[in-house]
Ligand binder design. Structure first.
Ligand SMILES: [Zn+2]
Ligand SMILES: [Zn+2]
Length: 189
């Protein structure tokens, strides 16, 4: 089995965190990393102890949900809560940061932003990152590759078929092979 890269690993962590989001508008996850170690993580959700958008609906003012704290801010606040330095760290976010998060990311000393999906990509955020010398890089993670180990499963089934070919009658084998080919036709390419 192939090892996943650090970028895939940290971004997968952010995708997992996004599954904890409580806002209906967008599910975002953020992971802060220093020296290849995860130091904090966050997702977009309400203030601790408050109601969730998923239960009460979003609280929209001027087109934005004001109930939630963005994932990046939550991850940064986790660092401040526990006294973990963010200077020189990197952040992995599922979506390109908004202008507010962009400013906080820069101000906290984070040096690099990895993001999985373009999301409005506000020109002012792009400009601010550039001025601050904070590098942004798009990292795409294929959830199928990470998630269901389809390549391994396919390999395993074909190994079983190979053994069967040697021991079973040829008619049975041909039928099983036909079924396997049908099942895996989309994953063996
Ligand atoms: Zn909301
Ligand atoms: Zn934001």
């Amino acid at each position: 089995m192939e090892r996943i890269s650090w970028n895939e690993y940290f971004m997968a962590q952010s995708h997992l965190l996004a599954l904890r989001s409580t806002c209906e508008r967008l599910s975002v996850g953020a992971t802060i990393v220093r020296d290849k170690r995860i130091i904090a993580g966050g997702y977009n959700g309400s203030v601790s102890g408050s109601v969730h958008c998923v239960d009460e609906g979003c609280y929209i003012i001027d087109g934005h949900c004001v109930r939630t704290i963005h994932a990046e801010i939550n991850a940064l606040l986790q660092c401040s809560k526990f006294g973990v330095p963010t200077d020189g760290a990197e952040i992995y976010v599922t979506h390109f940061p908004c202008v507010h998060c962009c400013k906080s990311i820069i101000q906290s000393g984070i040096q690099k932003v990895y993001y999985a999906e373009d999301y409005k990509n506000h020109p002012y955020a792009i400009q601010l990152f550039k001025e601050a010398g904070v590098d942004t890089e798009k990292v795409e993670v294929n959830p199928v590759e990470l998630g269901d180990r389809s390549a391994e499963k396919t390999d395993f089934v074909y190994q079983l078929l190979n053994r069967l070919q040697q021991t079973s009658n040829q008619e049975d084998f041909a039928e099983l092979e036909r079924q396997a080919n049908k099942l895996f036709s989309s994953t063996t390419s």
